[in-house]
Design a protein around this ligand. Structure first.
Ligand code: C5J
Length: 223
């Protein structure tokens, strides 16, 4: 049996079942100026730091032939899947659906809504378009995981305390063994990232495990 050196204790890789890499919302809308994150008043440059680490993990999963799941937070052009509570939440700046420098903010198919070029999905990888913060909300993610026999999920992406944490909690409640890769996730608020990492693995791993990318890669390569 192979395990990953993790907190609060080692994470066992599946002997039956499969592990997948989940890359949450690594989109221009969150990482580049002129997108949704910027419109909400955030310093988007903070999120760039994890791109090389997520790329390294993505390349390792591809090389090992292991499944990769990308998610994209987006809405239909007519906003029919965007509840007023989400649409009207920000008080200033561009809102969801407004025309921005990279196309309409957070709208599927617009340039700004796409995954950044460094991490672009390739054929065969799963891409989940999600209108919510969690990737299980109004998507077919759960049935895809069941169909593919995936039981263990390793999480990366942005932002740690919003879409990453929400999805990890949803997955944990559905019975998946979840691990957050600490240097593969980032927030606009460093203190929120630290708090999220601490709370997910507290109480004996109440939501799951956390580990660094090197520990994950070392274990996967030896498994
Ligand atoms: C946010 C996300 N923060 N991907 N989305 O609105 O975390």
């Amino acid at each position: 049996m192979t395990s990953i050196a993790a907190q609060p204790y080692d994470y066992e890789l599946p002997t039956s079942g499969k592990v997948a890499l989940v890359i949450i919302d690594m989109q221009r809308d969150f990482l580049e100026p002129g997108g949704f994150g910027d419109a909400l008043g955030n310093d988007v440059s903070l999120l760039q730091a994890i791109v090389p680490t997520v790329k390294k993990l993505l390349e390792a999963f591809r090389k090992l032939g292991l499944p990769v799941i990308h998610t994209i937070e987006c809405h239909a052009p007519d906003l029919s899947d965007c509840p007023p509570a989400k649409l009207h939440r920000a008080k200033s700046g561009l809102k969801i659906g407004d025309e921005g420098p990279m196309g309409r903010i957070l709208i599927a198919g617009e340039k700004g809504n796409g995954i950044i070029p460094e991490l672009e999905p390739i054929e065969g990888e799963i891409v989940i378009l999600k209108p919510g913060k969690g990737a299980f909300c109004r998507t077919n993610l759960e049935s895809i995981l069941q169909e593919k026999g995936i039981t263990h999920l390793l999480f990366t992406g942005v932002t740690t305390e919003v879409c990453v944490q929400t999805t990890m909690r949803e997955a944990n409640d559905r019975g998946y063994e979840c691990l957050l890769i600490e240097d593969g996730t980032e927030s606009y608020f460093p203190e929120f990232k630290q708090a999220t990492v601490a709370m997910l693995r507290a109480q004996g791993g109440i939501i799951g495990w956390t580990a660094d990318a090197e520990s994950v890669l070392r274990s996967l390569e030896n498994s």
